[in-house]
Design a protein. Structure first.
Length: 80
């Protein structure tokens, strides 16, 4: 499960003040009758996955072209 703080990235620091932004969501997988599977690993990742755009690199430098988290998920329905 994704913790909310994982969606934030520090973009600037001045003295003891830091500016953080929430990474924009570009796609959401959600189900109430089954689960979401990572197709590369086969892992059951739960019932809610948000994929984010990356606007800054790991050094807090704004990217000229945004990158996207890999979309490697599929919905799996469970039949009862």
């Amino acid at each position: 499960m994704v913790r909310p703080i994982d969606n934030y990235i520090e973009v600037e620091t001045q003295g003891s003040f830091s500016l953080w932004i929430n990474k924009p969501v570009y796609k959401i997988y959600e189900t109430s009758g089954g689960y979401i599977r990572n197709v590369r690993t086969g892992e059951n990742v739960g019932q809610h996955v948000e994929l984010h755009m990356n606007l800054y690199d790991e050094n807090h430098v704004k990217l000229e072209v945004a990158s996207y988290e890999e979309d490697c998920y599929e919905l799996v329905e469970e039949w009862v």
